[in-house]
Design a protein around this ligand. Sequence first.
Ligand SMILES: C[S@@+](CC[C@H](N)C(=O)[O-])C[C@H]1O[C@@H](n2cnc3c(N)ncnc32)[C@H](O)[C@@H]1O
Length: 281
Amino acid sequence: MSYFSSEWLKLRENADHRARNRELLAKIEMHFASRESVFVVDLGTGLGSNLRAVASYLPSRQYWMLVDHDPELLTAACEAVAAWADASHPTNSGLEASRDGRSVLIELKQADLAVEPAVWGDLQPDFVTSAALFDLVSAEWIERLVAAVTQAGSAFYAALTHSHSAEWSPPHPADAAMRAAFENHFGRDKGFGPSAGSRATEFLATQFSAAGYSIERKPSPWHLDAADAALIATLVDGWAEAVTETGEIPATTVASWLKARKMSGISCVIGHEDLLALPPP
Ligand SMILES: C[S@@+](CC[C@H](N)C(=O)[O-])C[C@H]1O[C@@H](n2cnc3c(N)ncnc32)[C@H](O)[C@@H]1O
């Protein structure tokens, strides 16, 4: 299963929403508290999970530009937001929805972010955000994005960026080696140049700080247990596949690790980090 497939994105949404750092969500709410409306751009929206996680912390009138290069995901995002909403109807460019007294106007935008990060053109977003994207992009792309966001003076929030920690229970002798090989695989090109992987949050923090933004970084790990068995099973399959591609670990070790990780009673804490960057007052 691809890390961009709708099956994978559906599988992870619940764990993603549980994992998000609540302190940063509260800061976002505070930052926009005096506003009646907000214009948000969600980069690499997938099925629109980021919107469903953040909308309740934003003002009562919201305009969201949902950006992805995959047209099928954009269509599915529209359906998923409609299913989440109390009421909705399609528009020429996306959807108009309402939920808990908030109105959410959605524009779907198909674009290749690798070519142009600043997909909002001459518009001025109040808030640029993304979930589970920044570990896939390169340091050079982060520089380009930060330049565009700071030029627009937008607030910025990157949720659920991969960090290198992974703790498994019960432990397996190959855990550390599997993690190291998986990290090496993460550095490969995902369409944006060599991936920043777990260094992405550091790159973002450095770039936004240099532009005078205030930065907050907080952990947002997945805590997975028996209730998340399907997610764990898919996750470990992905790890085994990636590690096998590196050729760094003997196939018998990968197979033994995978078998142990698919047994019942496995739990794990998989590291992620959230970052909020607010413009100077
Ligand atoms: C790991 S998924 C995260 C999706 C969603 N933000 C979430 O949290 O569930 C990464 C998303 O980035 C999109 N993506 C990857 N490369 C892209 C590109 N070059 N341009 C636009 N979107 C891209 C994928 O289609 C996918 O939806």
